[in-house]
Design a protein around this ligand. Structure first.
Ligand code: PMP
Length: 326
């Protein structure tokens, strides 16, 4: 990020310390702030866990220098891991369901990684199994497994959350974030609840996703276009801790898509669909705090914009809702 004023030795040192920026079109009384995670060198929030998980795994001896990291990933994590692997003397192989954006797969290959595709209809669980099979076939290979690796959430507990709390002098009322692996939200929520036990925590998923069922909320499973968040099978996730979450907000694709276009046109943010969903949910939380429906310790809401819309131009993110492939 641009706040570094001295020459740096490696791109890994530019990860984190992203800007925290006010989101407008929100209640004046309860400001909403967002971390702009596309400022990371691989242009997403997942650079944080790429660096943190690989350094942690080398330290723990899960893999030795010269070894191979294999990860089932929808894309951004692959880029984050590939950036780190290249600088930490590790090879990287990614197992990606076909439906995810080609831009991400192209970038992973450019960073020196290999990409293995699995059929879209088999979902993320097949990609996870395939990654395990590949790891067993190779010597000195390890699977970080972002859906169950505590280092994923820890990266956000150690980095993302303290950056937010420092910037706001610890005055954070609510934390709102989309859940894919849930690493981002769990790391931030654990840190936030330690600062203030009543910190309001909201998970965000697309309508059609099933995370809400973990809090006993009604859900009807359906396809969704929003990329990077949500699940069709909660059992593939071992990081989501329901006791750290007050509410799971299901945002319709149509609303997230409209918000992505509004954020660009009105606020200059080139961000993608999960950011649109986060902005919608964060705004709602701010309104509920203002109206006294949520009793938060401070009148402020923080969310994240995980990545950039440039990664989804080929999918028509700035076209009409029907033309958007998600
Ligand atoms: N948005 C995007 C674009 C992502 O790639 C991801 C990661 N899958 C998320 C949001 C959700 O982050 P997390 O996995 O930490 O829940």
């Amino acid at each position: 990020m641009t706040t570094h004023r001295e020459p740096l030795d490696s791109v890994l040192e530019t990860i984190g310390e992203t800007p925290l920026v006010r989101v407008h079109d929100t209640p004046d009384e309860v400001p909403v702030y967002t971390k702009l995670e596309s400022f990371n060198p691989g242009a997403s929030i997942k650079d944080r866990i790429g660096k943190y998980m690989l350094e942690g795994m080398l330290e723990q001896g899960d893999v030795e220098p010269g070894g191979t990291i294999i990860e089932p990933t929808a894309g951004n994590t692959g880029i984050g891991i590939a950036v780190a692997a290249g600088q930490l003397n590790l090879n990287a192989v990614f197992v990606v369901p076909e439906r995810f954006s080609v831009e991400k797969q192209t970038l992973m290959r450019a960073l020196g990684a290999d990409v293995v595709n699995t059929p879209s209809e088999d979902g993320m669980s097949r990609a996870i199994d395939r990654a395990q099979e590949l790891a067993e076939e190779l010597d000195n290979a390890a699977v970080p497994q972002q859906f169950s690796n505590p280092l994923n959430a820890e990266a956000h507990y150690e980095m993302t959350a303290p950056e937010i709390y420092d910037a706001l002098d610890d005055q954070v009322g609510a934390l709102v974030a989309g859940v894919g692996t849930a690493g981002t939200l769990m790391g931030m929520a654990r840190y936030g609840r330690e600062q203030h036990a009543d910190t309001h925590v909201v998970a965000v998923e697309p309508e059609g996703s099933l995370y809400g069922t973990l809090l006993g909320e009604e859900r009807e499973e359906d396809e969704y276009k929003t990329e990077g968040i949500g699940t069709h099978d909660t059992s593939t996730n071992q990081l989501f801790e329901p006791e750290l979450v007050d509410y799971v907000h299901a945002v319709p694709d149509r609303d997230s898509h409209a918000e992505v276009q509004r954020l660009a046109a009105e606020e200059g943010h080139l961000v993608a669909s999960s950011a649109g969903a986060n902005a919608i949910a964060a705004k709602r939380v701010a309104e509920r705090i203002r109206d006294g429906e949520i009793d938060a310790p401070y009148d402020s809401v923080v969310t994240v914009f995980p990545d950039s819309s440039e990664r989804y131009l080929s999918k028509g993110i700035y076209e009409s809702f029907d033309a958007w492939e998600g």
